[in-house]
Design a protein around this ligand. Structure first.
Ligand SMILES: Cc1ncc(COP(=O)(O)O)c(C=O)c1O
Length: 367
């Protein structure tokens, strides 16, 4: 580090000590089969491109979008049977997570995560200068929630926020409704329940919003709605919490194209339900094929991805071989608590699923 950099470094909040970045550029060039980020490539390309052409005809990028996306909020809340003041829309599910943390956490306070889970909760807490209270799901292969253990290990007043992800990323399972309700009812702070994956065969707790004023349900439009590149997410809650979240948002936080595209995508109910049934039936096919491979144990999933455990095969080696020899990008989850030697693949198109399974068969049989 030069002297100039070192001087600058002293001015910078540095929760990650310079470790950043998501996917190195040199990896991007090698990918032929994108099944590492749970994108919804089952959403028909012709349909999304047609919708975006319709958006292009409608919008004028020279003018600002609606400040709080009121027209989109109306559509979302009527879909969920809520009041129009019960939603806030943001620039991706990750922005909503960030907003939740900024609403509740500052230095000296903490938020609870139940690991293994989606890493952006921890990221957002650290960026905000808060402490992370890391609790755990029960051991593999069950990965269940234990409400008594969780409630016994929180610190009231310090732990102001608790993240729950159901169905959970990366384990893929959805937790029992009574267990979720017990935690929401007894946690003394705010509970942010991430339902990004409920549309792939799970159930939603949106109906429970009326029972718990401390509950916020977070959704992303990146997965089920096939809009990962457009960056849209939203939170559903009681009017009070929504109005406080809105205060934190900069005006015009969602761009005009994403806003208009989301409105069109939400109208495509028939296409969306077809996409889900395709993904669910493909997920079962891939699950059975994985189960049949010696040394591989898949975990039952209610999402558009499957995590699987490897016995006698090194996850990091397999991941690299899949990428370098076959151009197949899967995620290595081994660094997460209780996920040692686990990989995660996304269910996308039949072609991608087959390309992955064939590549896997070939590499594993020559291992
Ligand atoms: C559980 C979970 N929540 C939120 C997100 C964030 O989604 P977005 O792409 O809308 O930021 C993801 C993305 O992978 C996720 O897996």
């Amino acid at each position: 580090m030069t002297k100039k950099e070192s001087n600058l470094n002293q001015l910078i909040n540095d929760p990650f000590k310079g470790k950043s970045g998501f996917m190195p550029a040199k990896i991007k060039d090698k990918i032929k089969v994108r099944i590492g980020l749970n994108e919804n490539l089952a959403f028909p390309e012709e349909l999304i491109k047609k919708l975006i052409k319709d958006v292009a005809k409608k919008i004028d990028p020279r003018i600002y979008p609606e400040d709080y996306c009121d027209s989109l909020c109306g559509i979302i809340t009527s879909d969920y049977g809520l009041q129009s003041n019960q939603v806030v829309v943001g620039n991706g599910g990750d922005k909503i997570i960030d907003l939740m943390v900024r609403l509740t956490i500052k230095s000296g306070f903490s938020a609870v995560i139940i690991a293994p889970t989606y890493p952006m909760y921890e990221h957002a807490i650290k960026v905000q200068g808060g402490d992370v209270t890391e609790l755990y799901l029960t051991d593999s292969p069950v990965y269940d929630l234990d409400p008594d253990y969780i409630l016994a290990n929180i610190t009231p007043k310090k732990d102001r926020l608790l993240f729950l992800c159901s169905p959970n990323n990366p384990t893929g399972n959805q937790f029992d409704e009574d267990k979720l309700r017990k935690i929401i009812a007894e946690f003394p702070g705010i509970v942010a329940l991430d339902e990004t994956y409920t549309d792939f065969g799970g159930y939603s707790l949106v109906n429970a919003l009326k029972d718990y004023p401390n509950l916020i349900i977070m959704k992303s439009m990146s997965k089920f709605h096939g809009m990962a590149g457009m960056r849209l997410g939203f939170a559903l809650a009681d009017e009070f919490l929504i109005s406080r979240l809105k205060e934190l948002l900069p005006a015009f936080n969602v761009n005009i194209a994403s806003l208009e595209l989301a409105k069109l995508v939400l109208q495509e109910k028939e296409a969306l339900s077809k996409i889900v049934s395709n993904i669910v039936s493909e997920r079962e096919i891939v699950f059975k094929r994985l189960e049949a491979i010696d040394g591989i144990t898949p975990y039952k999933s209610y999402t558009n991805f499957i995590m699987f455990h490897l016995e006698g095969i090194d996850a990091a080696v397999l991941q690299q071989k899949l990428l370098k020899e076959k151009g197949v990008l899967v995620r290595n989850m081994s660094a997460m608590p209780n996920c040692e030697n686990n990989l995660r693949m996304s269910i996308t198109t039949k072609e991608n699923n087959l390309a992955f399974l064939n590549a896997l068969d070939e590499i594993v049989s020559n291992y």
